[in-house]
Design a protein around this ligand. Sequence first.
Ligand SMILES: [Zn+2]
Length: 157
Amino acid sequence: MQNQIEAWIDETIAAHSHLKKSCACFERTFQGYYPFEFLEDSYFVVVDKLPKPNFPELRDLGLSDFLDAEFEGITYKNTYFITKGHERNMSLHFHELVHVQQWKLLGASAFISRYIQEMGSYGYMSAPLEIMAYDYQHKFERKETISNLLHSIAIEM
Ligand SMILES: [Zn+2]
């Protein structure tokens, strides 16, 4: 299942490669949070509808709510997709970049299995990977200082 999803992710990212923009443009906004090298290697794509792997097996695992819900953003590896109209929503960009780091730390296969497991057992709002992303997003919104954000995420995994 993970392999199937990862293949779908690679195809999806490749299909949008002409629309990908590097997050290096957010260097100033995210100064003190995300280092430039990390932003430079992270990408976002603006779409009308977020691409999701609509495999029936995922519904069997209890992910129907996740697959049917309309989110504003979703992250696959070092690329996240956001819906049109949210291009300037920096909290959303910040949130998805937490997921980019989570993907990097776990690796694709482990991220996919953990995310599926969390969605199935906790649901979207209570999934630990989501809670972590929302916590950091809220700190950014409150302009709180976070010393070494990427490392903080790593030790919370
Ligand atoms: Zn999230």
